[in-house]
Write a protein that binds this ligand. Structure first.
Ligand SMILES: [Zn+2]
Length: 174
């Protein structure tokens, strides 16, 4: 099962790597290391001010939950089908994956060459493959897992999408 998932991950990464830049002049994929290490990152080609829309979420396709998908409601997951796929996780994110408003927006002023990343539990309720975070932020959650495994206190330090706020409220009601 894990092997299959890894093969899928490599195949998906390789497919995205072969595509032309999806947002030229806005941001690009900075490739580092071999494709199979999934170690690339997304960096800006221009400045963005806090609150700016970095990209609209367009051309999404619904699909099963997997490492490459983003959760867009309590029950639905999509593939991004663009270089936005390369957004890494950070506990001090530069951007918000704003699935409620179908865009990625800047959470801080960004210079050319800054990394565009987001806080994965801000959209993901349950992550099949938690991983260790080395971002070094003061509020680093250390183990990146779905919002279902984090306390409201932890989560409230971050900008969250509506379905995560609702699911946390439902969970903590009991
Ligand atoms: Zn972190």
């Amino acid at each position: 099962m894990a092997v299959t998932e890894n093969q899928n991950a490599e195949a998906i990464a390789a497919r995205y790597h072969q595509q032309k830049p999806s947002h030229p002049g806005q941001f690009h994929v900075h490739r580092q290391g071999p494709v199979e290490e999934l170690s690339s990152k997304l960096v800006t080609d221009r400045e963005f001010k806090k609150g700016d829309v970095i990209a609209k979420l367009e051309g999404l396709s619904p699909g099963p939950k997997r490492h490459s998908s983003v959760q867009v409601s309590k029950t639905e997951h999509v593939e991004l089908n663009s270089d936005l796929y390369f957004m890494n996780h950070s506990c001090d994110p530069s951007a918000h994956m704003d699935v409620d408003n179908k865009c990625v927006s800047a959470l801080k002023d960004l210079k050319v060459g800054d990394e565009i990343n987001f806080f994965y539990p801000s959209t993901e309720w349950d992550m099949a493959q938690p991983f260790t975070c080395w971002c070094g932020a003061d509020k680093c959650i250390k183990t990146v897992t779905g919002a279902n495994k984090l306390t409201a206190e932890q989560l409230n330090q971050f900008v969250l999408v509506n379905h995560i706020k609702e699911l946390v409220a439902e969970r903590d009601q009991q």
